[in-house]
Design a protein around this ligand. Structure first.
Ligand code: NAD
Length: 354
C-alpha cells in the first residue's frame, strides 16, 4: 500500500504518517509538506527515523502532488489551519491552500485512483448560530441551560444536523467548500472520500500559537514562561471546547483506511465529547497542577470576529458506524504534552517563544 500524507510534516500529518508506518511496516508512507508552519521542520528527522519518506512540495501545485506518483490513500492534512486567517491579512493563502490544494489532491486521485481521508473542521458550523446557543456563566465555564436542546445541539454536543446557514470564517468556508467538492468527485468519478469534521485536536508536537493550537500554547507557557491572556467574551476564560488526543485521531484514521466503505460518504463530527471538554480557566488549573507552575493570566475582553464561546462534539454519528471511541482523557493528554515539552525543551522553546 502507498499512502501520501499532504501536510505530512505538520502536527497531525506527521503523527498520522508515523503511526501508519509503525502499524503497517510494509506500507510506503510519504509526507508532502511546504514547511510553512513554524516548527514543521522539526518533523523531518522524526519522519526519517520512522521510515516515512518526505517530499518538499506545495499542494497548490498539481506538479508537486504528481511527483508523489499514484497512491492507494491520500490523507489530506495540509492547511492554513487558523480560523482567524484572512481577517487581518490577505485571504489568498488560506483559500488557495485549503481549497485549491484540496482540488489538486482530488484531481490526482481522479487520474490515478485511491481513497481520500480529509481533515475537515467543526468550524464548518456558522459563528452566529454557535454564539446564539443559550449559555449561562457557571463559575468556571459557559454551560448550556439544563435540558435545553435544538436542531443539531443538546448537552451531548453539536451534531451534523446543526444548521449550516451563515458565515463561518474563511477557514471554515474553505473546509465546507472542500467537503462539497469531495461529494461531487464521489458522484461524478466514484471517488471514495472520508470526511472527519474535527474539533480541537492536541498532543505532542503541536506548535501552538495564539491563533491556533491553544492547548499546547497554554501548557508551553506554563513550562517555559511567557504571556497568556483570556481573550474574548469579557476575558473571563469561560469558553469551552472538547479536546481529542492526536493518538486517538491516528487510531481513527487507521481504522478508516482499513475499512473505508464503513466511513465514506458522510461527514462525521470527530472529537473528545462532553467528558473531555474544558474551559480556559479550567485548563489553567490543570496546567498548574501538571507543571507545578502558576502564571498570571491577563485579560483581553474584546471578542474577535471568529471567536465562539462553546463547542463540544456529539460523536454519535461516528459511533454508529464505527467501533472507534476516544480513549485518552484530558489529564493524560496534558501529561503526554508536558513530558514532550520538558524532554525536547532545547528544540521547542525557540518555536514557542517566536
Ligand atoms: N489541530 C486541530 O485542532 C485541528 C482541528 C480541526 C481540523 N484540523 C485540520 O487538520 C489538518 C492538520 O492540522 P494541524 O493541526 O496538523 O496543522 P499544522 O499547521 O500543524 O499542519 C499543517 C501542515 O500543512 C503545511 N502546509 C501549509 N500550507 C501548505 C501548502 N500550501 N502545501 C503543502 N503543505 C502546506 C504546513 O507547513 C504544516 O506542516 C488541517 O487540515 C486542519 O485544518 C486541525
Amino acid at each position: 500500500m502507498r499512502i501520501l500524507i499532504t501536510g505530512g510534516a505538520g502536527f497531525i500529518g506527521a503523527q498520522i504518517g508515523l503511526a501508519l508506518k509503525r502499524d503497517m511496516p510494509g506500507a510506503s508512507v510519504i509526507a508532502l509538506d511546504k514547511l510553512r508552519r513554524r516548527g514543521s521542520e522539526l518533523a523531518l528527522p522524526r519522519l526519517r527515523a520512522g521510515g516515512v519518506g518526505f517530499l518538499h512540495g506545495d499542494v497548490r501545485s498539481p506538479d508537486d502532488i504528481a511527483a508523489a506518483g499514484p497512491v492507494d490513500v491520500l490523507v489530506e492534512c495540509s492547511a492554513e489551519p487558523s480560523v482567524h486567517a484572512g481577517y487581518a491579512d490577505q485571504p489568498g493563502y488560506v483559500v488557495q491552500t485549503n481549497l485549491t490544494g484540496l482540488v489538486n489532491c482530488l484531481d490526482h486521485l481522479r487520474r490515478h485512483g485511491g481513497d481520500l481521508v480529509f481533515l475537515s473542521t467543526s468550524r464548518v458550523y456558522p459563528i452566529a448560530a454557535l454564539r446564539a446557543l443559550p449559555l449561562h456563566a457557571e463559575e468556571t465555564r459557559f454551560a448550556l441551560r439544563d435540558g435545553a436542546c435544538g436542531t443539531g445541539w443538546s448537552p451531548a454536543g453539536i451534531t451534523e444536523a446543526f444548521p449550516l446557514a451563515g458565515s463561518r470564517s474563511l477557514y471554515g468556508a474553505t473546509k465546507l467548500a472542500a467537503e462539497l467538492l469531495i461529494e461531487e468527485y464521489a458522484a461524478l468519478y466514484g471517488l471514495r472520500g472520508i470526511v472527519n469534521r474535527c474539533g480541537v485536536v492536541a498532543g505532542p508536537w503541536q506548535m501552538g500559537k495564539v491563533d491556533q493550537g491553544f492547548l499546547s500554547l497554554w501548557l508551553a507557557r506554563h513550562v517555559y514562561g511567557g504571556p497568556l491572556a483570556y481573550s474574548g467574551f469579557d476575558g473571563t476564560g469561560r469558553q469551552v471546547r472538547d479536546v481529542l488526543h492526536v493518538a486517538d485521531l491516528c487510531e481513527l484514521v487507521a481504522a478508516q483506511i482499513a475499512a473505508p466503505q464503513d466511513h465514506a460518504g458522510l461527514a462525521c463530527n470527530v472529537g473528545g465529547g462532553p467528558d473531555r471538554s474544558v474551559s480556559l480557566t479550567e485548563l489553567t488549573a490543570l496546567c498548574r497542577r501538571t507543571t507545578g507552575r502558576s502564571l498570571n493570566i491577563g485579560a483581553d475582553p474584546a471578542t474577535r470576529a471568529a471567536d465562539i464561546p462553546y463547542y463540544v462534539t456529539d460523536g454519535a454519528a461516528l459511533a454508529a458506524r464505527s467501533a472507534w471511541r476516544p480513549r485518552r482523557g484530558v489529564q493524560e493528554l496534558l501529561d503526554d504534552m508536558h513530558r514532550w515539552l520538558v524532554d525536547q525543551r532545547h528544540l521547542l522553546e525557540p518555536v514557542f517563544a517566536a
